[in-house]
Design a protein around this ligand. Structure first.
Ligand code: ADP
Length: 400
């Protein structure tokens, strides 16, 4: 069987893709289509012939997938459908129905559609990508890999909200978590770098990107995670508030007359670092702090404070912590966030070495001092490779 997998991450107005060789872990091509549905779409394809950028209309996802095929044909690498072991699709919400990746058939498509009520911004475009790709590659197995699967091991004490049980059951209200593919990949790499069996390792993974989440992983299984029913709960993010008192919502409805859509927009798109400092990008926040902006400084302190609260909480839940691992755009690049979020936790065996921590990290490294009780790592995440691996495993196990 070939070990090549095309990974597709289809959003509402964009499609990211990678052609990977799972055996070597190498990305043979990567690309991004943006502004789908707008008058002019933006296309970037990186392959053996270098980088190609184009601007042309991409009316819908069907046209997007056709464009990707044309890019491969024109700029390489050349491949036949027969060379592909699978197409792996990222799907954000699998609810409690999908504890692992599955081969896509019509029933799976229907289930992803039904789960859209829990992820109205994500599942519908994920499904658009799946439908278009199944159409384009009818003979290749398609595998859905869910962001939520890794967290289906959460115990009831962690996933249950303390609200009316009947209402929770009727409307499937519980914590599902997100970023699971990244947390799974990073937790496994952490165990590998420690030279231990994942079953013997307890790790706190801090995925700090534009979206951000923390997960407590015991013996390879997610036991607590910061995102909830939706990716709004938990850490402070680029534009999302993370944890707030839910009474803020009805208070603003009553005193400011805000509608449901306005509140959704406020908390998902106008809060977090953007709401606090004016920019969702951590680089801008640091520049503002360096220029003496006290508002930006407070925003950063809120950001560190929230991470520290989660680290302490997850330490308590895990009992023993072998490692803390930073990943994603901020986790990999931002030494100020890393050192400040873990400052003052020496009594818990958590220490960061200033010299080791300094600078952006392009590859896996340890940033705690030698002999520290808790090893602190930076591990670049690779969700595409994880999706490709899982897709290949599903295809191998199914014998198609
Ligand atoms: P997502 O996949 O959630 O969109 P990423 O994991 O790519 O996000 O992270 C993007 C974020 O990473 C940016 O918004 C920015 O805040 C942060 N970032 C990127 N590079 C740097 C850097 N050099 N220093 C600090 N933060 C950075």
């Amino acid at each position: 069987m070939s070990s090549k997998v095309l990974v597709i991450n289809s959003g509402s107005s964009s499609i990211k893709y990678q052609l990977l060789d799972v055996e070597t872990g190498e990305a043979l091509a990567t690309g991004l289509l943006e502004r789908i549905g707008q008058p002019v779409g933006a296309i970037k394809h990186q392959g053996p012939a270098g980088t190609t950028t184009l601007e042309q209309p991409i009316p819908d996802h069907e046209a997007g997938i056709a464009t990707i095929l044309a890019l491969f044909a024109a700029h390489g690498p050349q491949f036949e459908a027969a060379d592909l072991a699978a197409v792996g699709h990222r799907v954000v919400q699998g609810g409690d129905r999908f504890p692992g990746p599955v081969l896509v058939d019509d029933a799976v498509e229907t289930a992803i559609d039904e789960l859209s009520t829990l992820a109205p911004l994500h599942n519908p475009p994920n499904l658009d990508g799946i439908r278009a790709a199944r159409h384009a590659f009818p003979t290749v197995p398609h595998v859905a890999v869910f962001d939520t699967s890794f967290h289906t091991t959460l115990p009831p004490a962690a996933y249950t909200y303390a609200i009316d049980r009947t209402i929770a059951k009727t409307y499937a209200i519980r914590r599902y978590g997100a970023h699971g593919t990244s947390h799974r990949y990073v937790a496994r790499r952490t165990a590998e770098l420690l030279g231990k069996d994942p079953a013997d390792v307890n790790v706190i993974v801090l995925h700090l990107g534009n979206g951000a989440s923390a997960t407590a992983v015991r013996g390879g299984r997610s036991v607590e995670t910061s995102m909830g029913l939706t990716p709004l709960e938990g850490l402070v993010m680029g534009t999302r508030s993370g944890d707030i008192d839910p009474a803020v919502v009805f208070h603003l409805q009553r005193v400011a007359g805000m509608t449901t859509d306005e509140l959704d927009d406020l908390l998902n798109r106008r809060s977090g670092m953007l709401g606090l400092s004016g920019s969702s990008d951590m680089r801008d926040v640091h520049d503002a702090v360096a220029a003496g902006d006290e508002v930006a400084r407070t925003a950063l302190e809120v950001y560190f404070h929230r991470i520290k609260s989660y680290v302490g909480s997850y330490y308590a839940h895990l009992g023993r912590v072998d490692a803390i691992t930073f990943t994603a755009g901020i986790g990999e690049n931002d030494d100020i966030v890393r050192i400040n979020s873990l400052a003052g936790l020496e009594r818990l065996g958590i220490r960061v070495d200033a010299e080791r921590n300094a600078g952006r990290k392009k590859s896996e490294c340890v940033i705690s001092p030698d002999g520290a009780e808790v090893t602190v790592f930076v591990i670049p995440t690779n969700e595409e490779l994880e999706i490709a691996r899982e897709a290949l495993d599903v295809v191998a196990a199914s014998g198609v």
